[in-house]
Design a protein around this ligand. Structure first.
Ligand code: C2E
Ligand code: MG
Ligand code: MG
Ligand code: MG
Length: 275
Protein backbone atom coordinates (compact mmCIF):
# COMPACT_ATOMS: atom_id res chain seq x y z
CA UNK A 1 0.00 0.00 0.00
CA UNK A 2 2.68 2.42 1.10
CA UNK A 3 4.81 1.17 -1.72
CA UNK A 4 2.03 1.82 -4.20
CA UNK A 5 1.51 5.28 -2.87
CA UNK A 6 5.23 5.92 -3.14
CA UNK A 7 5.23 4.72 -6.73
CA UNK A 8 2.26 6.97 -7.50
CA UNK A 9 4.03 9.98 -6.06
CA UNK A 10 7.13 9.14 -8.01
CA UNK A 11 5.16 8.90 -11.24
CA UNK A 12 3.60 12.27 -10.49
CA UNK A 13 7.06 13.69 -9.86
CA UNK A 14 8.30 12.23 -13.15
CA UNK A 15 5.38 13.76 -15.05
CA UNK A 16 6.09 17.10 -13.44
CA UNK A 17 9.73 16.89 -14.51
CA UNK A 18 8.70 15.92 -18.04
CA UNK A 19 6.35 18.87 -18.27
CA UNK A 20 9.05 21.23 -17.08
CA UNK A 21 11.66 19.84 -19.46
CA UNK A 22 9.17 20.17 -22.31
CA UNK A 23 8.32 23.77 -21.43
CA UNK A 24 12.00 24.57 -21.31
CA UNK A 25 12.62 22.93 -24.71
CA UNK A 26 9.73 24.89 -26.19
CA UNK A 27 11.16 28.14 -24.79
CA UNK A 28 14.59 27.35 -26.28
CA UNK A 29 13.06 26.61 -29.65
CA UNK A 30 11.07 29.86 -29.60
CA UNK A 31 14.18 31.79 -28.57
CA UNK A 32 16.19 30.36 -31.47
CA UNK A 33 13.46 31.48 -33.88
CA UNK A 34 12.91 34.88 -32.27
CA UNK A 35 15.62 36.56 -34.35
CA UNK A 36 14.33 35.48 -37.72
CA UNK A 37 10.83 36.52 -36.63
CA UNK A 38 12.08 39.94 -35.46
CA UNK A 39 10.58 39.53 -32.01
CA UNK A 40 13.32 41.41 -30.15
CA UNK A 41 13.08 45.06 -29.23
CA UNK A 42 15.10 47.52 -27.20
CA UNK A 43 13.45 49.63 -24.50
CA UNK A 44 15.11 52.66 -22.93
CA UNK A 45 15.05 53.85 -19.32
CA UNK A 46 16.05 57.38 -18.37
CA UNK A 47 18.84 58.24 -15.92
CA UNK A 48 18.77 61.62 -14.17
CA UNK A 49 21.50 63.70 -12.59
CA UNK A 50 20.70 64.57 -8.96
CA UNK A 51 22.68 67.77 -9.18
CA UNK A 52 20.42 69.52 -11.68
CA UNK A 53 17.58 67.04 -12.21
CA UNK A 54 18.36 66.72 -15.90
CA UNK A 55 18.35 63.53 -17.96
CA UNK A 56 21.93 62.41 -18.61
CA UNK A 57 21.31 59.16 -20.42
CA UNK A 58 19.27 56.02 -20.98
CA UNK A 59 19.86 52.34 -20.34
CA UNK A 60 19.04 49.94 -23.19
CA UNK A 61 17.03 46.95 -21.97
CA UNK A 62 16.26 43.96 -24.19
CA UNK A 63 12.64 42.92 -24.69
CA UNK A 64 11.21 39.82 -26.34
CA UNK A 65 7.72 40.25 -27.72
CA UNK A 66 6.37 36.74 -28.12
CA UNK A 67 3.07 36.31 -30.00
CA UNK A 68 1.66 33.89 -27.38
CA UNK A 69 3.73 34.49 -24.27
CA UNK A 70 3.50 38.28 -24.46
CA UNK A 71 6.47 40.34 -23.26
CA UNK A 72 9.06 37.94 -21.90
CA UNK A 73 11.28 39.46 -19.20
CA UNK A 74 15.02 39.51 -19.87
CA UNK A 75 15.41 38.04 -16.38
CA UNK A 76 13.75 34.93 -17.89
CA UNK A 77 15.27 34.74 -21.37
CA UNK A 78 18.81 36.14 -20.94
CA UNK A 79 19.92 33.21 -18.73
CA UNK A 80 18.48 30.75 -21.29
CA UNK A 81 20.19 32.62 -24.14
CA UNK A 82 23.46 32.39 -22.19
CA UNK A 83 23.05 28.65 -21.74
CA UNK A 84 22.22 27.84 -25.34
CA UNK A 85 24.90 30.07 -26.83
CA UNK A 86 22.62 32.79 -28.20
CA UNK A 87 23.62 35.64 -25.92
CA UNK A 88 26.43 37.01 -28.06
CA UNK A 89 24.14 37.31 -31.06
CA UNK A 90 21.40 38.98 -28.99
CA UNK A 91 23.89 41.22 -27.21
CA UNK A 92 25.42 42.31 -30.50
CA UNK A 93 21.99 43.14 -31.91
CA UNK A 94 21.00 45.14 -28.81
CA UNK A 95 24.29 47.04 -28.95
CA UNK A 96 23.98 47.98 -32.62
CA UNK A 97 20.28 48.84 -32.32
CA UNK A 98 20.86 51.00 -29.23
CA UNK A 99 23.80 52.85 -30.86
CA UNK A 100 21.80 53.47 -34.03
CA UNK A 101 18.71 54.72 -32.20
CA UNK A 102 20.70 56.86 -29.75
CA UNK A 103 22.58 58.46 -32.65
CA UNK A 104 19.21 59.84 -33.83
CA UNK A 105 18.09 61.32 -30.49
CA UNK A 106 18.02 65.06 -30.10
CA UNK A 107 20.95 65.98 -27.86
CA UNK A 108 23.88 63.87 -26.82
CA UNK A 109 22.61 61.74 -23.98
CA UNK A 110 24.57 58.69 -23.02
CA UNK A 111 23.38 55.22 -23.90
CA UNK A 112 24.20 52.34 -21.52
CA UNK A 113 24.25 48.77 -22.85
CA UNK A 114 24.49 45.60 -20.74
CA UNK A 115 27.16 43.04 -21.59
CA UNK A 116 26.90 39.40 -20.54
CA UNK A 117 30.03 37.82 -18.99
CA UNK A 118 29.84 35.30 -21.83
CA UNK A 119 30.46 38.05 -24.38
CA UNK A 120 33.89 38.48 -22.80
CA UNK A 121 34.94 35.00 -23.86
CA UNK A 122 34.11 35.97 -27.43
CA UNK A 123 37.40 37.06 -29.06
CA UNK A 124 35.61 39.56 -31.31
CA UNK A 125 34.00 41.68 -28.57
CA UNK A 126 36.19 44.77 -28.97
CA UNK A 127 35.80 44.68 -32.76
CA UNK A 128 32.03 44.30 -32.37
CA UNK A 129 31.85 47.41 -30.20
CA UNK A 130 34.11 49.35 -32.50
CA UNK A 131 32.02 48.30 -35.53
CA UNK A 132 28.77 49.33 -33.77
CA UNK A 133 30.23 52.79 -33.16
CA UNK A 134 31.45 53.10 -36.75
CA UNK A 135 28.20 51.85 -38.31
CA UNK A 136 25.94 54.02 -36.15
CA UNK A 137 28.15 57.09 -36.11
CA UNK A 138 27.62 57.37 -32.34
CA UNK A 139 30.38 59.30 -30.56
CA UNK A 140 32.28 56.76 -28.41
CA UNK A 141 32.02 58.89 -25.24
CA UNK A 142 28.22 58.54 -25.45
CA UNK A 143 28.40 54.77 -25.08
CA UNK A 144 28.58 53.18 -21.65
CA UNK A 145 29.01 49.43 -21.23
CA UNK A 146 27.56 47.85 -18.08
CA UNK A 147 29.26 44.77 -16.71
CA UNK A 148 28.63 42.80 -13.53
CA UNK A 149 31.21 41.74 -11.02
CA UNK A 150 31.00 38.16 -12.25
CA UNK A 151 32.92 39.26 -15.37
CA UNK A 152 35.98 39.86 -13.20
CA UNK A 153 35.56 36.63 -11.29
CA UNK A 154 37.73 34.43 -13.45
CA UNK A 155 40.14 34.93 -16.31
CA UNK A 156 41.01 38.26 -14.83
CA UNK A 157 44.11 39.14 -16.84
CA UNK A 158 42.38 38.50 -20.18
CA UNK A 159 39.22 40.29 -19.05
CA UNK A 160 41.16 43.32 -17.85
CA UNK A 161 42.96 43.48 -21.19
CA UNK A 162 39.59 43.56 -22.98
CA UNK A 163 38.26 46.24 -20.63
CA UNK A 164 41.33 48.38 -21.29
CA UNK A 165 40.94 47.94 -25.04
CA UNK A 166 37.28 48.95 -24.79
CA UNK A 167 38.26 52.00 -22.77
CA UNK A 168 40.82 52.88 -25.46
CA UNK A 169 37.93 53.07 -27.96
CA UNK A 170 36.66 55.95 -25.82
CA UNK A 171 33.63 54.23 -24.26
CA UNK A 172 32.77 54.33 -20.57
CA UNK A 173 32.65 51.26 -18.34
CA UNK A 174 30.11 50.91 -15.52
CA UNK A 175 29.85 48.24 -12.85
CA UNK A 176 26.23 47.05 -12.64
CA UNK A 177 24.32 45.62 -9.65
CA UNK A 178 27.09 46.60 -7.26
CA UNK A 179 26.82 45.07 -3.82
CA UNK A 180 25.31 41.76 -4.92
CA UNK A 181 26.94 38.58 -6.13
CA UNK A 182 30.62 38.15 -5.47
CA UNK A 183 31.12 41.71 -4.34
CA UNK A 184 34.65 42.49 -3.63
CA UNK A 185 35.87 46.02 -3.16
CA UNK A 186 39.09 44.85 -4.78
CA UNK A 187 37.31 44.82 -8.15
CA UNK A 188 37.05 48.59 -7.92
CA UNK A 189 40.83 48.73 -7.66
CA UNK A 190 41.49 46.30 -10.48
CA UNK A 191 39.95 48.55 -13.13
CA UNK A 192 39.23 52.29 -13.25
CA UNK A 193 35.45 52.10 -13.62
CA UNK A 194 33.65 55.29 -14.66
CA UNK A 195 30.54 54.43 -12.70
CA UNK A 196 29.13 52.12 -10.08
CA UNK A 197 25.43 51.25 -10.16
CA UNK A 198 24.03 50.53 -6.70
CA UNK A 199 21.83 47.44 -6.89
CA UNK A 200 18.12 48.11 -6.62
CA UNK A 201 17.67 45.69 -3.70
CA UNK A 202 19.55 48.13 -1.43
CA UNK A 203 17.58 51.10 -2.73
CA UNK A 204 14.29 49.26 -2.19
CA UNK A 205 15.13 48.35 1.42
CA UNK A 206 16.86 51.63 2.26
CA UNK A 207 13.80 53.36 3.81
CA UNK A 208 12.98 50.46 6.16
CA UNK A 209 16.26 48.65 6.72
CA UNK A 210 19.13 50.38 8.48
CA UNK A 211 21.72 47.97 7.11
CA UNK A 212 20.71 48.64 3.50
CA UNK A 213 20.79 52.37 4.18
CA UNK A 214 24.30 52.01 5.63
CA UNK A 215 25.48 50.02 2.59
CA UNK A 216 24.08 52.62 0.18
CA UNK A 217 25.80 55.37 2.14
CA UNK A 218 29.09 53.45 2.12
CA UNK A 219 28.98 52.81 -1.65
CA UNK A 220 28.27 56.48 -2.36
CA UNK A 221 31.13 57.49 -0.03
CA UNK A 222 33.42 55.06 -1.80
CA UNK A 223 32.43 56.59 -5.15
CA UNK A 224 33.17 60.08 -3.89
CA UNK A 225 36.60 59.04 -2.54
CA UNK A 226 37.55 57.10 -5.64
CA UNK A 227 36.21 59.70 -8.05
CA UNK A 228 33.66 57.27 -9.55
CA UNK A 229 30.12 58.42 -10.21
CA UNK A 230 27.27 56.47 -8.58
CA UNK A 231 23.86 55.64 -10.07
CA UNK A 232 21.12 54.33 -7.81
CA UNK A 233 18.91 51.73 -9.54
CA UNK A 234 15.23 51.14 -8.87
CA UNK A 235 14.38 54.54 -7.36
CA UNK A 236 10.59 54.62 -6.94
CA UNK A 237 9.89 57.38 -4.39
CA UNK A 238 10.76 61.03 -3.71
CA UNK A 239 11.88 59.92 -0.26
CA UNK A 240 14.54 57.67 -1.78
CA UNK A 241 15.57 60.43 -4.17
CA UNK A 242 15.99 62.98 -1.37
CA UNK A 243 18.04 60.64 0.77
CA UNK A 244 20.26 59.69 -2.15
CA UNK A 245 20.86 63.33 -3.01
CA UNK A 246 21.68 64.15 0.62
CA UNK A 247 24.23 61.31 0.63
CA UNK A 248 25.91 62.64 -2.52
CA UNK A 249 24.73 60.06 -5.06
CA UNK A 250 25.40 61.28 -8.61
CA UNK A 251 22.48 59.92 -10.66
CA UNK A 252 19.27 57.93 -10.32
CA UNK A 253 17.30 55.51 -12.48
CA UNK A 254 13.90 54.08 -11.64
CA UNK A 255 10.13 54.12 -12.05
CA UNK A 256 9.94 57.46 -10.22
CA UNK A 257 11.44 59.01 -13.33
CA UNK A 258 10.25 56.66 -16.03
CA UNK A 259 9.73 53.00 -16.79
CA UNK A 260 11.72 51.58 -19.69
CA UNK A 261 9.95 52.79 -22.88
CA UNK A 262 10.06 51.84 -26.58
CA UNK A 263 12.34 53.91 -28.84
CA UNK A 264 9.39 55.89 -30.18
CA UNK A 265 8.62 57.21 -26.67
CA UNK A 266 12.12 58.45 -25.79
CA UNK A 267 11.37 61.90 -27.19
CA UNK A 268 8.28 62.16 -24.97
CA UNK A 269 10.35 61.29 -21.88
CA UNK A 270 12.88 63.95 -22.89
CA UNK A 271 10.07 66.47 -23.24
CA UNK A 272 8.54 65.60 -19.88
CA UNK A 273 11.82 65.78 -17.97
CA UNK A 274 14.05 68.67 -19.04
CA UNK A 275 17.58 67.95 -20.23
P1 C2E B 1 19.79 45.61 -14.96
O1 C2E B 1 20.82 45.86 -15.99
O2 C2E B 1 20.20 45.78 -13.54
O3 C2E B 1 18.58 46.57 -15.33
C1 C2E B 1 17.73 47.19 -14.42
C2 C2E B 1 16.44 46.44 -14.25
O4 C2E B 1 15.66 47.06 -13.23
C3 C2E B 1 15.55 46.46 -15.48
O5 C2E B 1 14.84 45.22 -15.51
C4 C2E B 1 14.59 47.60 -15.18
O6 C2E B 1 13.38 47.52 -15.90
C5 C2E B 1 14.38 47.39 -13.71
N1 C2E B 1 13.94 48.61 -13.03
C6 C2E B 1 14.28 49.88 -13.33
N2 C2E B 1 13.73 50.75 -12.48
C7 C2E B 1 13.00 50.03 -11.60
C8 C2E B 1 12.19 50.39 -10.47
O7 C2E B 1 12.03 51.55 -10.09
N3 C2E B 1 11.60 49.36 -9.79
C9 C2E B 1 11.77 48.06 -10.15
N4 C2E B 1 11.16 47.12 -9.44
N5 C2E B 1 12.53 47.69 -11.22
C10 C2E B 1 13.14 48.67 -11.94
P2 C2E B 1 14.68 44.39 -16.85
O8 C2E B 1 14.50 45.33 -18.01
O9 C2E B 1 13.63 43.37 -16.60
O10 C2E B 1 16.07 43.70 -17.02
C11 C2E B 1 16.51 42.75 -16.07
C12 C2E B 1 17.97 42.40 -16.27
O11 C2E B 1 18.15 41.69 -17.50
C13 C2E B 1 18.89 43.62 -16.38
O12 C2E B 1 19.18 44.11 -15.09
C14 C2E B 1 20.09 43.00 -17.06
O13 C2E B 1 20.90 42.33 -16.14
C15 C2E B 1 19.44 41.98 -17.98
N6 C2E B 1 19.37 42.52 -19.35
C16 C2E B 1 18.44 43.31 -19.92
N7 C2E B 1 18.76 43.60 -21.21
C17 C2E B 1 19.94 42.98 -21.46
C18 C2E B 1 20.82 42.88 -22.58
O14 C2E B 1 20.59 43.47 -23.66
N8 C2E B 1 21.95 42.13 -22.44
C19 C2E B 1 22.26 41.49 -21.26
N9 C2E B 1 23.39 40.76 -21.19
N10 C2E B 1 21.48 41.56 -20.17
C20 C2E B 1 20.33 42.30 -20.27
MG1 MG C 1 22.18 47.23 -16.35
MG1 MG D 1 21.49 46.73 -12.48
MG1 MG E 1 19.84 43.92 -12.12
Amino acid sequence: RAKEEGRGRFRFFEQEMDARAQARRALELDLRRAFALRQFEVFYQAQMSLQDRRIVGFEALARWRHPQRGMVSPADFIPVAEEIGLISQIGEWVLLTACREAARWPGSHRIAVNLSPIQFSNPGLVETVSAALATSGLAPERLELEITESVLLDNTAATLAILHRLRTLGVRIAMDDFGTGYSSLGYLRSFPFDKVKIDQSFIRDMPTDGDSAAIVKAIIGLGVSLGISTTAEGVETEEQLNRLRAEGCTDIQGYLLSKPVPAAEVAAVLNRIPT
